[in-house]
Design a protein around this ligand. Structure first.
Ligand code: PEP
Ligand code: MG
Length: 912
């Protein structure tokens, strides 16, 4: 006979059917109740019904597998035996709790029912046993209230109405003249219970069930059903928890924290999870039930401050339990407990959620305390690599932020493009930011734009943060902000910006230039008003040098951790930087080279010359204009080479569509521009307009950009290549072993590459001959269009390296504009059409597949082909891990993402 499938796992009296490794089946709570029982901690007996039953229940119109009933009966009688009480007994009743528990915790999203088993008869027995009638009736009325709302669906008819039970309770307290529930007498509570039952009958038409067995099955059904309630579904979507996991249900004997002053209930942490300080801490309430701590009716007391005086024995037991748990789980635990007549009972333990600060401190401390190894400290579940960025950016104090949220100051949410917290006065124009800065170098501004363009760069440098209404995670605003280490939110489509009026509207709220706003680049939230920020100590030590390493424990632990990460990783980490200051910052953060210098960023400071070049109608005139740029470029490159010393520096030739530098939009936003340009090149404003008309493209992102510019205008490539090699020779002469890598953008055809390569190599040869100095250099390409990935074998016959430009590769592979997807991606994500934002996390199935083809193709014709990535994904942990998997040599990302990438690369290298 086939053995029956096991759906119910018992625990109690030092023995459990399950254990901590069975989270998938028993949920986190169930697995850990079993584990705690097995390691001898005091856990009230009970049983866990598996997540498989939840899925069965959801898929089979709320029916259970036929075997379940008898398995629950057997488990229940085991529980009765261990607890020495009987479910439904009129003399010695066992009462039960019924709680949800999924594989990962989903705090408050699903349902719970406590005190199951109470009815008019068992309540009398409970009163007698506890010698406390008020306690028994308070438990009973709580049960009716919870069961009524969770199982029987008694909610207020209108969302503006009060909860029907709370209303009855409120009246009872009013007529008794008391403030708290706990002050009601047994008789008054009896009346409350009767009124509750009456209300249930009136609203649902059914009597409140008095049969304990019916009650427990009702509660089990409600808990399984709550897996598919709205808030649970939304939560899962937000946290990427699969709907198919299901929840387990835990049925467990009740223990009471509200039998008197030798009882308590609380939640605790084995160490602080906000900053990571050691020591047991948490909240408790004397003489209360679990939900009172979270409900906020009474203000809980702090365990570490007063429990030692209020309940010294329980405090000691808790500290010992905390140590046992940390030694056993080798992780900080977040627990729920009840103290019943001086004895601590454990109701839950799980790995504690923590901030990035606490994560680093705790992981490093656990190594230093000998509990875990350096490699374990690096595990992503201990320190999600992204959380490291909390250590590198100013942040909002969490309570200040929560208060602002409560006060209705949260205005809107956009795409979180640059982490950190920034507050400042609204400024709509970069030029105004510059003026304000000249008047007051300490001015605090947030630059608010529909979108940003090259001319906004100086304003962006001054602003504390950047907020745009349009654009996505790889838009100009996003990638420039990240490179500058600025807080940035893009694609905040609820903003209605009127430059002429100088206003920013969100719904009915109108904010004006000069009004304060605060933006949280970790979450994409925009707040009205000024929220205080605190600076990053790591940045104070590494970049501003306003603190010494000895003064900052945060820095010391960061440094320890990064050393372990560097020992573990196999992939190099470079940075995307265009300027020596960015390069210096990136080196301080551990960058091993430059993976992308976008040379157009250097042109932003020389817009006059580049506009002259764009307006030129002949190659001669264009060459004259282009040559004016040569000295600037040379100086910029020399600066970068000096900053980077002997590290490799990848310089990409001009890439963006020229209309980013000059278009009708520029002319309309700067009314004097046409006139000025006309004067400087000796023509008329009309001719300027006409030329811009000629250059207009419907779809510039797919137009005349990338290598197509250098192919049609070879003088641009020649000038840039010459500037690179002249700079390299100058710096080499100074004694630095420079390694330039010239990169051709947006190549799709081998012939495109060869065309540009020839110009580059010719310039190198000429410069080496002129100077008598030679430098080692490489010529390679970006892989940014599907054709390049598919024809990588051909391209690699000439290209010495590939760098995946995943911003464009995502755009071209998905046919999704990197500037316009902000308008619909939120809807896509909310409706489960797409998971992660593909411009932030590599779309493995599509873009990732192209990358793999590119890697394999490239290495098939050039074995030692150097491979990297320089799209924005290069600093995103899941994408960094993917790059490791497909065998890239390096990732390149903005300076402040470098530590995140180092950690993510190490984490992937350590995985099997
Ligand atoms: C890319 O496309 O991924 C890239 C790095 O180039 P850019 O963002 O400058 O187009
Ligand atoms: Mg690109």
């Amino acid at each position: 006979m086939a053995t029956e499938q096991k759906y119910v796992y018992s625990f109690g009296d030092g023995k459990a059917d399950g254990g901590a490794t069975m989270k998938n089946l028993l949920g986190g709570k169930g697995a850990n109740l079993a584990e705690m029982t097995n390691i001898g901690l005091p856990v009230p007996a009970g049983f866990t019904i598996t997540t498989e039953v939840c899925n069965y229940y959801t898929d089979n119109k709320q029916q259970y597998p036929p075997e379940l009933k008898s398995q629950v009966e057997t488990a229940l009688s085991k529980t009765e035996k261990v607890m020495g009480a009987e479910f439904g007994s009129k003399t010695n009743p066992l009462l039960l709790s019924c709680r949800s528990g999924a594989r990962e915790s989903m705090p408050g999203m699903m349902d719970t029912v406590l005190n199951i088993g109470l009815n008019d008869e068992t309540v009398a027995a409970l009163a007698k046993q506890a010698q406390n009638e008020a306690f028994a009736w308070d438990s009973y009325r709580r049960f009716i209230q919870m069961y009524g709302s969770v199982v029987l669906g008694m909610k207020s008819a209108d969302k503006k109405d009060e909860d029907p039970f709370e209303e009855i309770l409120h009246h009872a307290k009013q007529s008794a003249g008391v403030q708290y529930d706990s002050e009601l007498s047994a008789d008054q509570l009896k009346q409350v219970a009767a009124n509750f039952k009456q209300a249930i009958k009136k609203q649902t038409g059914a009597d409140f069930p008095t049969d304990p067995v019916e009650q427990v099955w009702g509660a089990i059904g409600a808990v399984f059903g709550s897996w598919t309630n709205d808030r649970a579904i939304v939560y899962r979507r937000d946290y990427g928890i699969p709907h198919e996991w299901g929840t387990a249900t835990n049925v467990q004997a009740m223990v009471y924290g509200n039998l008197g002053d030798d009882c308590a209930t609380g939640v605790g942490l084995t160490r602080d999870c906000s900053m990571g300080l050691p020591g047991f801490n948490g909240d408790y309430l004397i003489n209360a039930q679990g939900e009172d701590v979270v409900a906020g009716i009474r203000t809980p007391k702090r365990i570490e401050k007063t429990l030692g005086e209020d309940a010294p024995e329980a405090f000691q037991q808790l500290q010992n339990i905390g140590k046992t748990l940390e030694h056993h789980y080798k992780e900080v635990q977040d627990i729920e407990f009840t103290v019943q007549r001086g004895k601590v009972w454990m109701l839950q333990t799980r790995n504690a959620k923590r901030t990035g600060f606490a994560a680093v401190r705790i992981a490093v401390d656990l190594v230093n305390e000998g509990l875990i190894t350096e490699q374990q400290a690096l595990e992503p579940r201990r320190i999600p690599a992204d959380d490291l960025s909390q250590l590198l950016q100013p942040i909002f104090d969490p309570t200040t932020k929560a208060e602002a949220q409560q006060q209705g100051k949260l205005l809107a949410k956009g795409i979180n493009a640059g982490p950190g917290a920034a507050s400042g006065k609204i400024c709509f124009h970069a030029a105004d930011a510059e003026t304000a800065f000249e008047e007051d170098p300490n001015v605090q501004l947030v630059l608010v734009r529909r979108e940003t363009s090259p001319e906004d760069l100086r304003g962006m440098r001054i602003a504390n943060g950047i907020l745009t209404a349009f654009g996505g995670a790889s838009s100009h605003a996003a990638l420039v902000s990240r490179q500058m280490g600025k807080v940035c939110i893009v694609g905040c489509s609820e903003l209605n910006i009127d430059y002429h009026e100088g206003t920013m509207r969100v719904g009915d709220t109108v904010l004006r230039e000069g009004d304060w706003i605060s933006i949280d680049g970790f979450t994409g939230e925009v707040f009205e008003g000024q929220l205080a920020t605190s600076p990053s100590e790591v940045v104070e030590v590494l970049i501003h040098k306003t603190k010494s390493p000895e003064e900052s424990e945060t820095f010391q632990r960061y440094q320890q951790l990064m050393k372990w990460a560097d020992n573990a990783r196999t992939m190099a980490v470079r940075t995307n930087a265009d300027q020596p200051d960015q390069a210096d910052e990136a080196i301080a953060f551990g960058a091993e080279g430059i993976g992308l210098c976008r040379t157009e960023h250097m042109f932003f400071d020389h817009l006059d010359e580049i506009r002259e070049m764009i307006l030129a109608r002949s190659a001669d005139v264009r060459k004259q204009a282009v040559d004016k740029l040569l000295p600037f470029q040379r100086e910029d490159f020399a600066g970068l080479f000096r900053a980077m010393q002997n590290r490799p520096v990848t310089i990409r030739l001009l890439d963006p569509p020229l209309n980013e530098f000059l278009s009708h939009r520029h002319l309309s936003e700067q009314p004097e521009l046409a006139e000025t340009l006309a004067k400087s090149i000796g023509t008329t404003p009309e001719a300027i307009h006409q030329r811009i008309d000629e250059l207009h493209e419907e779809n510039p992102m797919l137009g005349h950009r990338g290598c197509r510019l250098g192919i049609v205008f070879p003088e641009i490539t020649a000038m840039q290549a010459r500037a690179v090699f002249e700079a390299a020779c100058i710096v080499k002469k100074e004694g630095i072993d420079v390694h330039p890598e010239v990169m051709i953008p947006l190549v799709g055809f081998l012939t495109e590459f060869k065309n540009q390569e020839e110009i580059v190599r010719a310039q190198a040869k000429a410069v080496f001959e002129e100077t008598g100095i030679t430098v080692d250099y490489l010529v390679g390409t970006m892989i940014e269009v599907p054709r390049a990935a598919l024809c990588a074998d051909q391209i690699a016959t000439a290209a010495e390296f590939f760098s995946f430009g995943t911003n464009d590769l995502t755009q071209t592979a998905l046919g999704m504009s990197r500037d316009d997807y902000g308008g619909f991606i939120g809807f896509y994500q909310e409706n489960d059409i797409i998971g992660a934002d593909p411009f932030q996390t590599i779309d493995r199935d599509g873009v990732g597949r192209l990358m793999k083809i590119g890697v394999e193709g490239g290495r098939s014709t050039r074995e030692n082909l150097k491979l990297g990535i320089c799209g924005e994904h290069g600093g995103e942990p899941a994408s960094v891990m993917f790059c490791h998997e497909i065998g890239l040599d390096y990732v390149s990302c903005s300076p402040r993402r470098v530590p995140v990438a180092r950690l993510a690369a190490a984490q992937r290298a350590l995985m099997p």
